[in-house]
Write a protein that binds this ligand. Structure first.
Ligand code: SF4
Length: 307
């Protein structure tokens, strides 16, 4: 068997990790995590913690800023083709929540899952890490926001229904399949995501003292072809909030959270949108406002808050 370029990906012997298997085209590693709840910063700093069950993401979106946090440059280059399982995740989360509760017995934490991976990427169908983590959180009743682009989240409705403060964010950055296939070819189709959102909406009947909310995050806002636009926007009616946001600026630095070069190159293919990017953004936003009077239209950081 040909060895992967980053077999045992860390140069530091203590932390060298062996590849355990393949899943589709992804090389799978397993590692123990020190902590599962990490202080939330940047555009999600309104939360107490981020929670990432995995490191790496099989969706490998061309614009993903999380690639910048890969363990090494080869893995950064190969973003989307490897994933690290945090095998002790449930155990460590339990410990982290216990510590929080001892310090803050009257204040449940707010948790954003996930900031640098998708908790429902393909390998979750087999490993079920996210599914194991949900019941660990339940007794603490955190404010929980789940950010995903996968219809697989429907599998966990039985547990999600037991949370009292929950927001589900479905990422759908474009209304055109053609554009999706260019920018994020390994991700689920747009119709599948919209269908999943409609199904989720119907799965949470009103319950007293429970606030379950639904967003579609059109982030980063990618072009939607003119012929798809009206139909796409009308389908966003299914949620209570739509969030839009520009690409992350790279400022020419490579080791920060920034849009990857693959996406920047793709922008040239859609010059009709990107040649006047601000204007395209503004026009799309105005159409959202005009066509979705009952939906909250928010931008950037504010849109990612629970409230
Ligand atoms: S699904 Fe999210 S974390 Fe995964 S590659 Fe795409 S943008 Fe990055």
């Amino acid at each position: 068997m040909v060895k992967s370029q980053y077999e045992g990906y860390s140069a530091d012997e203590q932390h060298t990790v062996a590849r355990v298997e393949n899943f589709g085209t992804a090389k799978v590693y397993a590692q123990n995590a020190q902590s599962l709840l990490n202080k939330a910063t940047g555009f999600i700093s309104a939360y107490d913690f981020t929670l990432n069950p995995y490191r790496g993401c099989q969706y490998g979106c061309s614009y993903c800023y999380a690639a910048a946090f890969s363990p090494n440059s080869q893995m950064r280059q190969d973003w989307g083709n490897w994933v690290i399982i945090k095998k002790n995740a449930a155990e460590v989360l339990k410990k982290d929540l216990h510590i929080w509760y001892k310090k803050n017995p009257d204040r449940p934490p707010s948790i954003y899952m996930s900031s640098v991976t998708d908790p429902y990427q393909p390998i979750e169908s087999q490993k079920r890490l996210t599914r194991y983590l949900l019941p660990v959180m339940l007794p603490y009743q955190p404010t929980l926001v789940i950010q995903t682009r996968s219809p697989m989240i429907i599998r966990d409705v039985d547990i999600l229904q037991q949370f009292q403060r929950l927001r589900i964010n479905m990422s759908i950055p474009t209304g055109s399949e053609k554009v999706r296939k260019d920018f994020e070819p390994q991700s689920p189709s747009i119709p599948a995501r919209l269908k999943a959102m409609a199904k989720l909406r119907d799965s949470f009947p009103y319950r007293e003292n429970c606030e379950v909310r639904f967003s579609i995050t059109v982030t980063p806002l990618l072009p939607t072809l003119p012929e798809d636009e009206a139909n796409f926007i009308s389908k966003l009616e299914v949620v209570d909030r739509v969030v839009i946001q520009d690409f992350h600026a790279s400022n020419g630095r490579s080791l920060i959270a920034s849009t990857r070069e693959e996406a920047l190159a793709l922008k040239q293919k859609y010059a009709w949108w990107y040649n006047s990017e601000q204007d395209s953004y503004r026009k799309f936003k105005n159409k959202l406002i005009a066509m979705l009077p009952d939906v909250e239209i928010m931008e950037g950081k504010e849109g990612f808050g629970y409230e």
